[in-house]
Design a protein around this ligand. Structure first.
Ligand code: CAA
Length: 260
């Protein structure tokens, strides 16, 4: 269905999306961005039982090595602005997606690749993964929200250090920075990521969705995250899942959440 995205249903609840341009280390050209946009805006709806999405890269070497540099020479100021805004729109839709999206980082996550990974809710990494924002070495700056999201995840000092030096960090450093949530061997990356996803989706779907929204509200200048949290806490308290979760605890049994 897509030219550069392979979609594979792990079970009806978990979809593994592979960015598939291995010869260019899965670099993000406009077609990949358009396909990601299509999936997160519309096409996910055809997977009715879907509870989580895992994004990874094809091949042994890279998650995504950045925006596709080969297209840069044709850009003027207006089209470069549009390229940046188009990428941001897609990455924002991933960050605000109602289901958890996990980046399974299986190699280089550079430039736009790290920006894509940072727009996901969680990141797992194989021990050969490398992370960096090397745009300054191209005489550019990150253009897909890297300057904004890296600060949120690792803090200003580390973010500026990574950007100003272009330094790549390894998987262990990424975990100690709080950038990766889990590190494992490349052979077990997908398996470990699916296990993590399954732990998450045992929880109530509405509660998962609202947690993502509350956390995102903290970073949205137009939202009052604190107030929003209280309102959603109250709404979930009287939802079927909120009632079921507390009852199941008191009756010492597993909750049966229905997403209502
Ligand atoms: N865009 C286009 N092609 C890329 C690419 C990219 N971002 N990254 C790698 N490739 C291509 C290479 O050109 C090469 O193609 P050919 O075989 O046709 O020559 C192929 O992928 C393999 O790459 P290398 O031969 O360079 O592989 P390597 O193992 O020697 O190095 C690497 C790997 C360190 C990741 C190196 O490829 C590299 O530095 N890539 C560019 C990383 C980068 O600068 N990313 C930021 C892009 S700008 C950006 O993302 C802007 C933004 O925020 C919106």
């Amino acid at each position: 269905m897509y030219k550069h995205l392979t979609l594979e249903i792990e079970d009806p609840q978990v979809l593994i999306m592979t960015i598939n341009r291995p010869k260019a280390l899965n670099a993000l050209n406009t077609e990949v961005i358009d396909e990601l946009d299509d999936f997160f805006a519309r096409s996910y709806k055809q997977y009715e039982s879907l509870r989580a999405v895992i994004i990874t890269g094809s091949g042994e070497k890279a998650f995504v090595a950045g925006a596709d540099i080969s297209g840069f020479k044709n850009l003027n100021e207006a089209t470069a602005l549009q390229l940046s805004l188009d990428g941001k729109k897609v990455f924002d839709s991933i960050e605000n997606f109602h289901l958890p999206v996990i980046a399974a980082i299986n190699g280089y996550a550079l430039g736009g690749g790290l920006e894509l990974a940072m727009s996901c809710h969680l990141r797992t990494a194989s021990d050969n993964a490398r992370f960096g924002l090397p745009e300054l070495s191209l005489g550019l700056i990150p253009g897909y929200t890297g300057t904004q999201r890296l600060i949120q995840l690792v803090g200003k000092g580390r973010a500026l250090h990574m950007m100003l030096t272009g330094k790549m960090i390894n998987a262990d450093e990424s975990q100690s920075f709080g950038l990766s949530n889990l590190v494992c061997s490349k052979e077990t990356l997908l398996e470990e990521t699916v296990l993590l996803v399954k732990k998450i989706i045992k929880n109530g779907p509405l509660a998962i969705e609202e947690t993502i929204k509350c956390v995102n509200a903290f970073f949205d200048a137009d939202s009052d995250g604190d107030q929003y949290e209280s309102e959603q806490f109250a709404r979930l308290m009287v939802s079927a899942d909120g009632r079921e979760g507390s009852l199941a605890f008191l009756e010492k049994r597993k909750a049966n959440f229905i997403g209502k």
